[in-house]
Design a protein around this ligand. Sequence first.
Ligand SMILES: Cc1cc2nc3c(=O)[nH]c(=O)nc-3n(C[C@H](O)[C@H](O)[C@H](O)COP(=O)(O)OP(=O)(O)OC[C@H]3O[C@@H](n4cnc5c(N)ncnc54)[C@H](O)[C@@H]3O)c2cc1C
Length: 389
Amino acid sequence: MLNILIIGGGIAGTAAAEEVRKRDPQVSITIIEDEQHPCYSRVLLPHYVKAKVVRDKVFIRTPAWYVENNIELMSGVRVLEIDIENRFVRTSEDRELPFDKLLITTGGEISLLHDDLRGVSYLRTVDDADHLKSLISEVRTLKPQARCGAIYGGGFMACEYANIFKHFEIPFSIIMRGQGFWSRILSEHSQGVLADQVKQHGAKIYFNEPMPVLLGEDELAAVKLKNGAELPARILGVGIGLEIDHKIFAEAKIPSERGVLTNEYLETTISGVYAAGDVAEFTDTVVNRRVRYANWMNAQMQGRAVGATMAGERRAFRLVSSYATNLLGMHIVFLGDINRDQTDEIRVGLATEDASQELFFRDGKLVGAVLIGDVSQRAVLTQHIGKSL
Ligand SMILES: Cc1cc2nc3c(=O)[nH]c(=O)nc-3n(C[C@H](O)[C@H](O)[C@H](O)COP(=O)(O)OP(=O)(O)OC[C@H]3O[C@@H](n4cnc5c(N)ncnc54)[C@H](O)[C@@H]3O)c2cc1C
């Protein structure tokens, strides 16, 4: 019997397993997942923290689903080594699990501050969300004037933390490495629109700051900036991006750069080895370039496409990447390829006090767009990007 192993039980790995099973009732499918949980929605975690969604609803697969679909989920198990030559993986339980086909959907690892002070929060897993909820409950028992938070980061996670602190009426400051939100992607105007949005909500932003020094005995009390200023903070939300752990791929000689390299079929150069989701740096035929995206729809649709391919229905993956979020009520949408270094020209579609639209062109074709404040053109631009080659 053909043996399919999937490393990572997030949305990409789970969607792939489901697609394989739809096409092949016989093949053996095993998902090896480091976390203790069945597949859940990371997108819903901020909503769960804000109590807009109950914990159960965050889980998009039940343990029974795996049994019904004859998919073995090995949760709480980490793959430590991939042996390509002998076609097996070694797990944290020191087991060798053989495979005929291997799918890598390991996502990204969060960049940690490496500080164990209580009060430091990350938000990647459901356990992180539980932790953040308990920190918020503690802070809310304090007198209003003693409640305070800080955020370190200038991207998606910083927005999520800002929205969460606002929801719970915890005053906060944002500390950033760069000179603005998404400083490597956005124009000065777009960064200014977002900074104004934060200021209008009474929060301060500190730009060009290294990691702040954390102050407190066992519990966080304040963070210290490079000029020595101390900002009181009972919770520090850290969102400084995802990293790919390349070690395991390098040791296995699976080509990886910013992610595991694949073609448009999500096949690596090694026969029978595939990658999908946040970890895959794939050939995007929409924008004609190798890219790595980290968003839910991309991961889910890649999982589906690679599942079909592994089951013998070879299917190229093609989708206009799309990530929507908001900052304190201001909508933000990123479409397609928005890498400034890979762009010939960036045109300004809209630049007002509270809105911005940037259009990214390569070889005269629209390959990406950023919409802030006014996202009404989202569908039209998505279509344009999809057609542009
Ligand atoms: C709080 C939060 C909010 C988000 N909000 C949005 C949003 O609004 N919109 C949007 O588009 N995207 C959002 N995202 C991003 C989106 O959730 C991810 O792009 C998507 O979940 C990636 O799925 P994946 O399956 O590729 O990887 P992951 O979900 O990261 O899953 C990878 C899994 O592999 C496991 N793993 C890693 N290494 C090993 C190993 N060696 N052995 C065994 N298991 C391993 C990990 O434990 C993990 O569970 C959000 C993410 C977070 C964290």
